[in-house]
Ligand binder design. Structure first.
Ligand SMILES: [Fe+2]
Length: 299
């Protein structure tokens, strides 16, 4: 087997074949790491990794962010139990609906994520795709005037705020992301810590830009998202059970596409923790959370 990277029809993303992610040697790992930095999104068909194997592969990139309990991998699913799915008034349903908005992972935590890994176990007959958008190419494509307009601007990110936008009001302590560490303030233009390329750091978790009215800030960010997430900068992954994808969260946004919730969709996710040197942001009081308890770690 010879590892091969075949770019997909977008400004980011490559399909990787000729590798067995459950049995990586250092030479193949070096190939994958280089491809990850170049393409920002890698698609590995037909891998069928167990949770343990996915964690081991993810650990090649760094530490894992613990999202629930003590588990390094989490099930992202609309299944409450076999044969029963979450109903619209349930918390998990609203969390899944939130994932349908373009976002970066963990920008609402003190340390944003480095990368996201997702693999498919059960997929619905239609819909339920994952889309990834290239924030490097999006930045490059902005007009000179728009680049000048956003240069030097920073924005507050909060999961309370992004869920509130879809009518989901959440108490602090209700789950990962609903913390009292404050809202991180992140520049709208981010320089990638390894490649040095500039990328837009935007997404649904933004609710405020210092120096602007909130409505104006959200309108500006929505306009940037709308512009950024257009062909040729987006890739849509139509899942087959066994597929695995990884994206570079430092320069690529993602979202889930809707599907018929009466059908099951079961995904296995691992989130790779960002390195504090490049992903840690200062935090400030978030009025939707409880008493402000600043922290420089996510736990
Ligand atoms: Fe996500």
């Amino acid at each position: 087997m010879k590892p091969t990277a075949t770019p997909v029809d977008a400004t980011l993303g490559a399909t990787i074949t000729g590798v067995d992610l459950a049995n990586l040697d250092d030479a193949v790992w070096a190939f994958i790491e280089k491809a990850f930095l170049e393409h920002a999104l890698l698609i590995f068909p037909d891998q069928n990794l167990s949770a343990k194997e996915q964690v081991a592969f993810s650990n090649r990139f760094g530490d894992i962010e613990i999202l629930r309990g003590n588990s390094k991998s989490v099930k992202i699913s609309n299944e409450k139990r076999k044969g029963a799915t979450f109903k619209p008034d349930e918390f998990r349903f609203k969390a899944l609906r939130g994932n349908e908005g373009w976002h970066l992972d963990s920008t609402y935590m003190p340390i944003a994520a480095k990368a996201g890994v997702l693999s498919a176990k059960v997929v619905p007959s239609e819909g339920g795709e994952t889309e990834i958008a290239d924030m490097r190419a999006a930045y490059d494509a902005l007009s000179k005037a728009k680049k000048k307009r956003i240069q030097g601007l920073s924005a507050f990110h909060s999961l309370y705020a992004s869920q509130a936008k879809i009518g989901h009001i959440v108490e602090s302590g209700s789950g990962y992301g609903y913390h009292t560490k404050g809202a991180p303030l992140r520049p709208l233009v981010k320089t990638h810590p390894v490649t040095g390329r500039k990328a837009l750091c935007i997404g649904r978790h933004i609710y405020r830009i210092p120096g602007m009215e909130d409505d104006e800030a959200v309108a500006l960010v929505d306009e940037l998202i709308e512009f950024a997430c257009q062909p040729p900068r987006i890739y849509t992954h139509h899942w087959t059970p066994g597929d695995l994808i990884i994206w570079d969260n430092r320069c690529a946004m993602h979202r889930a596409r809707p599907y018929d919730f009466s059908e099951s969709r079961v995904m296995q996710a691992t989130r790779i923790a960002g390195e504090a040197a490049s992903e840690l942001a200062p935090t400030f009081p978030d009025e939707r959370a409880g008493a402000f308890e600043p922290a420089t770690t996510n736990r």
